[in-house]
Structure formats: structure tokens, C-alpha cells
Design a protein around this ligand. Structure first.
Ligand SMILES: *[C@@H]1O[C@H](CO)[C@@H](O)[C@H](O)[C@H]1NC(C)=O
Ligand SMILES: *[C@@H]1O[C@H](CO)[C@@H](O)[C@H](O)[C@H]1NC(C)=O
Ligand SMILES: *[C@@H]1O[C@H](CO)[C@@H](O)[C@H](O)[C@H]1NC(C)=O
Ligand SMILES: *[C@@H]1O[C@H](CO)[C@@H](O)[C@H](O)[C@H]1NC(C)=O
Ligand SMILES: *[C@@H]1O[C@H](CO)[C@@H](O)[C@H](O)[C@H]1NC(C)=O
Ligand SMILES: *[C@@H]1O[C@H](CO)[C@@H](O)[C@H](O)[C@H]1NC(C)=O
Ligand SMILES: *[C@@H]1O[C@H](CO)[C@@H](O)[C@H](O)[C@H]1NC(C)=O
Ligand SMILES: *[C@@H]1O[C@H](CO)[C@@H](O)[C@H](O)[C@H]1NC(C)=O
Ligand SMILES: *[C@@H]1O[C@H](CO)[C@@H](O)[C@H](O)[C@H]1NC(C)=O
Ligand SMILES: *[C@@H]1O[C@H](CO)[C@@H](O)[C@H](O)[C@H]1NC(C)=O
Ligand SMILES: *[C@@H]1O[C@H](CO)[C@@H](O)[C@H](O)[C@H]1NC(C)=O
Ligand SMILES: *[C@@H]1O[C@H](CO)[C@@H](O)[C@H](O)[C@H]1NC(C)=O
Length: 413
């Protein structure tokens, strides 16, 4: 697999000093207790015993807006004792329940998915570009409830209370932190068992920047822990089966197969569904991805193939998968386009990283808000016009990688 190359670029940490309000957390704890969330109140009381917990408290005391997905007492009682008795792990889990920003008045009619940036940024549990914190996705569904996505126990929001700038959504199950490709795909999406099989059988010459050496490893291993920030469009089993003949025709481990795989991947950028609008992206093979939304759904196009996104935002430890209904049959490459896309991503990376340090609302909100009436008006051209304006804010971009001079290999940092 020939991707672009990269070398490490370290951004100086940008400490942001917030005016701290020492009475805010005690007030929050009292509010949690008053709402019957006594177990979460107790855990909040103990946050100061770990570094992660201390960082959560610092954030909460800032007075900024947060959305807390607050597990009920029953939900917290179900946490295994080896986790509940381990404040390091417990506080990381709690950090995944706190989303940064103000979500009041967010329109989620279409495509219904809202994503926010949590406080989970422990490198043991998340490895996104620019050391960004992990995202959380939720959606309103036809049952009228808000479901947290990518969760085996399907938690839903039970009720909501507000404490100052902090909105507390009570949920009925503790949230699971997104895992690796190999761990998540079998749990989350039966539709990807075929693709997972492919990922185990395709081998890739992978340059590992940490060990400064190239190894022949499977695509599955590359996706599990080789990439730090990626977006993968993965065909579901039906789509893969339909392409079987054409794929077999490419043979195994050929340049054409490499190109085809790379044309399903955006390397270095984790692009969630609200940002799959309004502008093109460049694949790892240097080809253009374009996107559209109409009343029948959200689409991605590469080469001559347009695929429907059947399941957006399958969140992973180190990226995101969007499940599509067919293989994007594009075997063209443009290595210089792939490289220059990386260079341009890099130039805005520090800006993006700074912007992301203090998210104020949903990921990609400005793009999706305008889609609110897409389903009700129903005409694809009108919907297209409404979401055409360019994004004003990038959540994605690479902040930890830059393009180097090595050609013809994948690089990790
Ligand atoms: C600090 O937080 C408390 C509890 O929310 C609030 O009542 C108080 O007004 C805040 N003080 C300042 C200076 O923001
Ligand atoms: C409250 O938290 C402490 C640790 O901070 C724990 O030892 C105790 O069991 C918790 N109590 C309840 C009722 O959850
Ligand atoms: C944490 O805060 C509680 C009061 O909320 C206090 O009793 C305890 O000493 C603090 N622990 C640390 C390690 O600061
Ligand atoms: C927090 O709430 C206060 C009013 O209570 C408001 O003035 C302030 O703008 C809010 N801050 C944010 C970041 O929303
Ligand atoms: C807790 O125990 C379960 C089952 O024994 C195990 O799978 C899990 O990894 C443990 N978790 C931690 C944080 O030790
Ligand atoms: C989106 O939400 C609306 C309610 O606002 C619901 O009627 C519709 O079924 C939802 N769509 C999906 C795909 O869940
Ligand atoms: C919110 O839900 C929790 C958990 O189900 C429950 O304990 C609490 O009483 C509810 N609060 C309100 C105001 O309904
Ligand atoms: C990586 O290995 C090459 C030889 O394969 C060597 O020339 C280069 O200096 C090494 N780079 C680092 C950073 O060790
Ligand atoms: C990688 O190893 C597999 C067998 O493990 C082999 O079939 C394949 O040709 C190798 N690929 C490269 C690029 O060396
Ligand atoms: C890259 O090399 C490091 C150090 O040897 C190793 O820990 C890591 O697992 C390697 N990554 C991959 C994807 O093989
Ligand atoms: C929506 O776009 C897709 C892909 O271009 C197209 O196949 C479909 O017919 C369009 N649906 C409507 C209702 O325009
Ligand atoms: C793949 O997506 C298509 C389009 O939504 C759907 O008809 C098909 O059932 C899906 N296949 C699987 C295995 O989920």
C-alpha cells in the first residue's frame, strides 16, 4: 500500500487559563444529588484523586458549557467491581460522558446524528490526529428517543436537568469507550464481517515511524493501531459480494488493489458525517471524494461510483468508519495530490488543533443545521444548495503528522 509519508511534528501544548469558579463543582454535586443521581455525585466527589479526574474538575469549573451524559444509579451499579474500584479507569470512563459545548437548540432532524467532543483524551483510550479527545455520537430515532450510537446496550436519554451552563442528560447505561477496528467491527456492525475478512487477508508494506522500519502487516493491523486519525468508507457485505468478481479480477496484493483500498481511506483525518458535506476530500491514493445529501440519504462518490452511507459514524479508538452499500471501484492514483492534500492539511493543523481545544458546540453543526428541512422539502437540488457553503471550522486535520520526503510507503507517527 503506497500512501504518503510523514514525520512527527510536535505542537507545543497551548495551555488555556480559565477563570475558575470554586463553588461550581460543589453546586453541580448538589444538583446531581437532588436529581437522584447520587452515585454519579459520589464519583464526582472523588474525581480529585486522579490526574484525569482533576482535569475534568478543572474543565467543569471553567464555567464553559458542557453536556453530561449522566448514568443513573442503576447504570453505575452495573459497572464491574474491578472497574468501579479503579479510579484511574473509572475517571477515564467518566471523561467520555462529558461533552464540551452548548447543544441547546441543536437541530437534529436530518441526518439526525449529532456528534460532540468529549473530555476523553487519555492516550491509552484514544489516538486521534492532533491528540484530539474522543467524539460521542447520538441520534433521535423514530421511537422519539435519543439513542447514544455505537453502544451495545443502546443507552437512551431518560430525562434532562440543567445546572447553569451544564446540561445533565440522564442515561440508563454506562457508555463504552470506542475500541479498535478489530474489537468494534464484529460487535457493532454484522454488515462488515466481509470487509473484516478482507482486512485480515490483505497484506501491506507498512513503514512504521516509531521503529523506523517497514513491515509486512495486514490491513487489519494497520487499522487497529497503525493509523492515528483516519476515515474509512467500508462496503457492507452485500456491496462486497456484488463486487466479488471485479475484485477477484484485480488479484491479490497488486497495485490496483492497493489503489482501490486507498480510495476508501482518508488518512490523517477523522471526518464525521456532519462534515461529509460542503467540500471534497482527498483519498490516500490522491483521488477526490465528493459528497452529497438528498432526501434518500447521504452519499460518497469516488471515480465513477456513488455509494449510499448506510451507517455513519462507527467510532473507533483511532478514527471513524462509515459503512457504505457498495465498493468504490476506483483504481486510479495521484500520489502528488495525496501529498499536497497532506501539506495543506498540515498548514491548517495548528489552527484546527487550537480551535478544537475548546469546542463550543456540535461537530460540524454549521453544516448540518442547514439540512434541517432537507427531508421535508424533498428536492435534492434544493437540499444540495442549502448545504453547499464551505465549512468554517475544521475538526479534522492532522495535527501530529506532516509530509516527509519518503515516497511509496505508509508512515505512522
Ligand atoms: C460560580 O458557580 C455558582 C454555581 O453555579 C454560581 O452560582 C456563581 O454565580 C458562580 N460564580 C461566578 C463568579 O461565576
Ligand atoms: C462513593 O465513592 C467512594 C470513593 O470515592 C467509594 O468508596 C464509595 O463506595 C462510594 N459510595 C457509594 C454509595 O457509591
Ligand atoms: C477531594 O475533595 C474532597 C472534598 O470534596 C476532599 O475531602 C478530599 O480531601 C480531596 N482529595 C484530594 C486528593 O484532594
Ligand atoms: C454561562 O452562563 C452565563 C449565565 O449564567 C452566561 O453569561 C455565559 O455566557 C455562559 N457561558 C458559556 C460559555 O456558555
Ligand atoms: C475487569 O474484569 C473483566 C473480567 O474479568 C476483564 O475482562 C476486564 O479487562 C477487567 N477490567 C479491568 C479494567 O481490569
Ligand atoms: C430522525 O428523527 C425523526 C424525528 O425527529 C424521526 O421521525 C426519523 O425516523 C429519524 N430518522 C432516522 C433515520 O432514525
Ligand atoms: C430522571 O431519571 C432518573 C433515572 O431513571 C430518575 O432517577 C429520576 O427520578 C428522573 N428524574 C425526573 C425529574 O424524572
Ligand atoms: C531510519 O533508518 C534509516 C536506515 O534504514 C536511517 O538512515 C535513518 O537515519 C533512520 N532514522 C532514524 C530517525 O533513526
Ligand atoms: C506479505 O506477506 C504475505 C504472506 O505473509 C505475502 O503473501 C505477501 O506477498 C507479502 N507482501 C509483500 C508486499 O511483501
Ligand atoms: C510500530 O513500532 C512500534 C515500536 O516497535 C510498535 O510498538 C508498534 O506496534 C508498531 N506498529 C505497528 C502498526 O506495527
Ligand atoms: C439521491 O442521490 C443519489 C446519488 O446521487 C441518487 O441515486 C438518488 O436517486 C437521489 N435521490 C433523490 C430522491 O433525488
Ligand atoms: C448493505 O446496504 C444496503 C443498502 O442499505 C442494504 O440493502 C443491504 O441489506 C446492506 N447489507 C448488509 C449485509 O447489511
Amino acid at each position: 500500500m503506497r500512501l504518503f509519508s510523514a514525520a512527527t511534528l510536535l505542537f507545543a501544548a497551548c495551555p488555556v487559563v480559565w477563570a475558575q469558579n470554586a463553588t461550581l463543582v460543589p453546586g453541580l454535586i448538589a444538583a446531581l444529588n437532588a436529581a437522584g443521581l447520587t452515585s454519579l455525585a459520589n464519583i464526582t466527589q472523588g474525581l480529585n484523586t486522579t490526574t484525569t479526574g482533576g482535569a475534568i474538575l478543572t474543565q467543569l469549573q471553567s464555567g464553559r458549557s458542557f453536556l453530561i451524559f449522566a448514568p443513573s444509579n442503576e447504570a453505575l451499579a452495573a459497572i464491574p467491581s474491578n472497574v468501579s474500584s479503579n479510579p484511574e479507569i473509572l475517571n477515564d470512563i467518566i471523561s467520555y460522558h462529558i461533552v464540551q459545548g452548548n447543544f441547546s437548540g441543536v437541530v437534529t432532524n436530518y441526518p439526525n446524528v449529532t456528534l460532540g467532543r468529549t473530555l476523553l483524551n487519555d492516550s491509552r483510550f484514544v489516538s486521534l490526529e492532533g491528540d484530539q479527545a474522543q467524539a460521542l455520537a447520538w441520534a433521535n430515532r423514530s421511537d422519539g428517543k435519543f439513542h447514544i450510537l455505537n453502544q451495545r446496550l443502546d443507552p437512551t436519554i431518560q430525562n434532562t436537568t440543567v445546572f447553569g451552563n451544564i446540561t445533565v442528560n440522564v442515561i440508563n447505561h454506562v457508555l463504552e469507550i470506542p475500541g479498535t477496528f478489530g474489537a468494534i467491527v464484529p460487535q457493532d456492525s454484522d454488515a462488515l464481517s466481509g470487509f473484516q475478512g478482507v482486512s485480515k487477508s490483505v497484506s501491506i508494506d507498512f513503514f512504521n515511524a516509531t521503529s523506523n522500519s517497514t513491515a509486512n502487516i495486514t490491513l487489519e493491523v494497520v487499522l487497529n493501531n497503525g493509523l492515528h486519525g483516519f476515515t474509512l468508507f467500508a462496503a457492507n457485505n452485500t456491496g462486497l459480494a456484488a463486487a466479488q468478481g471485479a475484485l477477484t479480477g484485480l488479484g491479490v496484493n497488486t497495485p490496483a488493489l492497493d489503489a482501490l483500498l486507498e480510495n476508501h481511506l482518508i488518512n490523517g483525518s477523522t471526518v464525521y458525517s456532519p462534515n461529509l458535506v460542503g467540500g471534497d476530500r482527498i483519498s490516500a491514493a490522491g483521488q477526490t471524494f465528493s459528497f452529497s445529501i438528498n432526501s434518500t440519504g447521504q452519499y460518497v462518490t469516488s471515480g465513477g461510483t456513488t455509494a449510499l452511507i448506510v451507517q455513519p459514524d462507527v467510532l473507533l479508538y483511532n478514527g471513524v468508519i462509515h459503512v457504505i452499500d457498495r465498493v468504490l471501484f476506483n483504481t486510479d492514483t495521484n500520489p502528488s495530490a495525496a501529498s499536497s492534500a497532506e501539506v495543506s492539511a498540515l498548514s491548517s493543523a495548528s489552527v484546527a488543533a487550537t480551535a478544537e481545544a475548546t469546542p463550543t458546540g456540535p461537530i460540524g453543526f454549521s453544516a448540518t443545521a442547514s439540512l434541517a428541512s432537507a427531508t421535508s422539502t424533498g428536492t435534492s437540488s434544493a437540499a444540495g444548495a442549502r448545504h453547499a457553503p464551505p465549512r468554517t471550522r475544521h475538526i479534522l486535520q492532522i495535527a501530529a503528522t506532516m509530509v516527509g520526503v519518503l515516497a511509496g510507503i505508509v508512515v505512522i507517527v
